[in-house]
Ligand binder design. Structure first.
Ligand code: ADP
Length: 477
């Protein structure tokens, strides 16, 4: 049986700030179903939420710091999770990356270097857990030092590094490497050094045996200057060990036929029930309950990546049309304020909820007609997948995973029943507005619209296929 240690800074439902947590909470159980002995490891944050019991396992010392290993299970599964308990770094109010006030932890380099060192000790079976993996699967910069440090070990497990978002790299002033006690052998321009900074993500990109990212299109995009942030040369150099595997979704958690927080359950055969969720959503967010008016939605971190500026530029024209818009998100304070201002100006048409609300996210997916994702770049994106499962037709910019998972509505894709949404190329308000108008034309024909919805609902976005692709990769290396 293949043994895989799966390391991440966030895992749903224990703690989540974005899609990384969704993936790290749903891929490992899917791997287990395929017969992999997979164990998860993450920091023991104060905000971590679980219904499962937690046991003490062992204590190890890394870089003169005591780290306690606790063991629990991923809720509603029997996948083992090891929690790295180091109170001075993780037992504090806030989220994995920022404090209570939303400021990045000043010691993020120390926090995730410590986490990475503990992962290395466990990977080398020096954590008193009597278990050694064949493969260590690392995710994003927070675990980037793991492949780098492991590269210096003899008889080590193989390493896979998955890029969930290349925009976040873990760059720190270079002096920090001394405090972190990083081996000098790793410090050079073909190692952890990047333009005079210490780069955690380069630890994964340079030293991992295999690099993956979360869609095929993004795998190609990050080898270009437009998406590569200066790392495109390195990524092209490693292209033989770089591949894209589209994320799956947890189809138990995101399923309109069983979702416990939505008003009315539905599937392809009972699609008209979706309108009950629409009415409930309109009521809940304080918009007029109107059946015929299309409800647009957006659920997102409110950051430039997500094309929020394009939305803001479209809103004056969009809100003159017979539409409603329900938005849930948090992030950049300027975006938040501008969106709230529109909601005040158009109370009958636009409802904005600032904050993070998992239940409302499900209710919006169930109640909306059309989902907007005009991202400037999008490694995979999950909401366009959730939307398709909920019969909510996505409008996306043709980039990354959005390009790989939404099929534009054209005469030929309507004819062969592959159309699932609308996509546009240019990151401009004009191109987004044109896609919105195209969607409204199709929306006015309820028969064609229902076909679009069903085309999306029929697609299998479960982890079945992608987990198999990861397993094949583990076998290969
Ligand atoms: P990213 O990881 O870049 O934020 P993804 O589309 O991959 O983008 O994943 C985002 C995840 O976070 C989705 O599950 C989405 O529903 C969720 N999400 C984002 N913002 C919110 C919010 N304000 N409230 C609830 N869920 C949110």
């Amino acid at each position: 049986m293949k043994k895989v240690l799966f390391a991440s800074s966030e895992i749903h439902p224990l703690i989540k700030t974005g899609g990384l947590a969704d993936v790290c909470g749903s891929l490992p159980p899917a791997l287990q179903t395929l017969g992999v002995d997979v164990r998860l490891i993450m920091p023991n944050y104060q905000a971590l939420k679980t219904t499962e019991e937690i046991y003490y396992k062992s204590t190890i010392q890394v870089n003169n710091i005591d780290a306690h290993i606790l063991e629990t299970r991923l809720p509603e599964t029997d996948v083992v999770v090891w929690l790295v308990h180091c109170p001075q770094f993780f037992d504090l109010p806030g989220n994995p990356y920022v404090d209570e006030k939303g400021n990045a932890w000043l010691n993020n380099a120390e926090r995730f270097a410590l986490f990475s060192r503990v992962v290395v000790e466990i990977a080398m079976n020096r954590g008193y857990l009597d278990w050694m993996p064949d493969v260590v699967h690392c995710n994003d910069w927070q675990t980037g030092l793991v492949p780098a440090l492991l590269s210096l070990e003899k008889d080590r497990p193989k390493t896979v590094f998955t890029i969930h978002n290349l925009a976040y790299q873990g760059l720190f002033p270079k002096q920090i490497r001394l405090e972190l006690n990083l081996p000098a052998a790793l410090w050079h321009v073909n190692g952890l050094e990047f333009n005079g900074f210490l780069s955690f993500i380069k630890g994964g990109l340079v030293y991992a045996d295999q690099i993956t990212t979360v869609s095929q299109t993004y795998a190609a995009e990050i080898q270009t200057a437009e998406f590569g942030y200066g790392l495109e040369g390195l990524l092209s150099y490693r292209q033989a060990q770089l591949c894209g595997i589209l994320n799956g979704i947890d189809t138990d958690y995101w399923n309109p036929a069983t979702d416990p927080v939505i008003t009315a359950h539905y599937d392809q055969l009972t699609l008209p029930n979706k309108s009950l969720n629409k009415a409930a959503l309109q009521g809940q967010v304080g918009l007029p309950v109107l059946k015929q008016v299309p409800v647009f939605a957006l659920i997102s971190r409110l950051v430039e990546q997500k094309g929020i500026d394009l939305i803001l530029e479209c809103l004056p024209e969009m809100l003159l049309l017979p539409v409603q818009f329900v938005l849930l998100g948090s992030g950049d304070k300027i975006f938040q304020q501008k969106l709230l201002d529109f909601a005040v100006l158009y109370p009958e048409k636009m409802a904005v909820t600032i904050g993070y609300n998992e239940d409302l996210a499900h209710q919006i997916e169930a109640g909306a007609d059309i989902f907007l994702m005009p991202s400037r770049f999008e490694p995979c994106g999950l909401n366009q997948l959730y939307s398709q499962q909920y019969g909510t037709v996505p409008i996306v910019r043709k980039t990354g995973g959005l390009a790989d998972s939404v099929c534009d509505t054209l005469p030929e894709t309507l004819k062969n029943n592959t159309a699932t949404g609308f996509s546009f190329n240019e990151a401009t308000p004009g191109a987004l507005m044109e896609a919105i108008k195209r969607s409204l034309i199709v929306f006015s024909d309820s028969v064609v619209w229902a076909q679009l919805q069903i085309n999306g609902m029929q697609i299998d976005y479960s982890w079945r296929k992608s987990a198999g692709d990861y397993l094949a990769l583990y076998d290969k290396i």
